[in-house]
Design a protein around this ligand. Structure first.
Ligand SMILES: [Zn+2]
Length: 187
């Protein structure tokens, strides 16, 4: 399986796109693959391109890859505003989840709002249902993550957790959650 790491670049999607291959990519001095004991610098292994769909339009951005000369496996470094296999950025997904779960809006109304913000949105009710399902399936892990940060909830309430993620704020949550659970919070 291709390994993905998340990195918080502290810039917007637009800025990440604008900098292209000149983004400040970190260096790694050990291999993150389980069982590999390589403790030297990982090699650069080119880039690939992928979509990052935001409310204000889509960007085709570069994703950097690294290579471990010891185990021969590669690592992709995703900016923390994205999740693997999700075309929309996490802020779009959180925008949707917040309105669905916290505000209790209907999917139809959410899609209307998205369309008003962005003329070219191809969002469907299936998207919303899928994100909601992924989020609910991960509630125990998300609660566990917050407990490890001494943010304890008395009950597993999805709306409360979404508010907490938004306040954390989201990019920091994504990155720290990944180091804690070794997966993405919607995976
Ligand atoms: Zn390795």
């Amino acid at each position: 399986m291709k390994m993905v790491l998340y990195h918080h670049f502290h810039i917007t999607v637009q800025e990440y796109y604008r900098r292209g291959k000149q983004n400040l990519f970190p260096l790694f001095f050990e291999c993150p693959h389980p069982g590999c004991l390589y403790h030297k610098k990982l090699r650069s292994h080119g880039y690939y391109q992928r979509n990052a769909l935001t409310i204000y339009g889509g960007f085709i951005i570069f994703i950097k890859r690294y290579y471990c000369p010891c185990c021969g496996r590669t690592i992709s470094l995703l900016p923390s505003f994205l999740a693997k296999r999700f075309q929309y950025t996490l802020s779009v997904i959180l925008f949707v989840l917040f309105r669905k779960v916290v505000s209790g809006l209907s999917s139809r109304l959410i899609i209307e709002r998205l369309k008003r913000l962005s003329g070219r949105f191809e969002f469907s009710t299936q998207h919303i249902r899928f994100y909601r399902r992924r989020f609910l399936a991960n509630l125990p892990l998300i609660t566990g993550f917050f407990s490890s940060k001494e943010i304890v909830f008395t009950q597993c309430n999805p709306a409360v957790l979404i508010r907490q993620i938004v306040c954390y704020p989201l990019p920091r949550f994504t990155e720290e959650y990944f180091s804690f659970n070794a997966c993405h919070f919607l995976e």
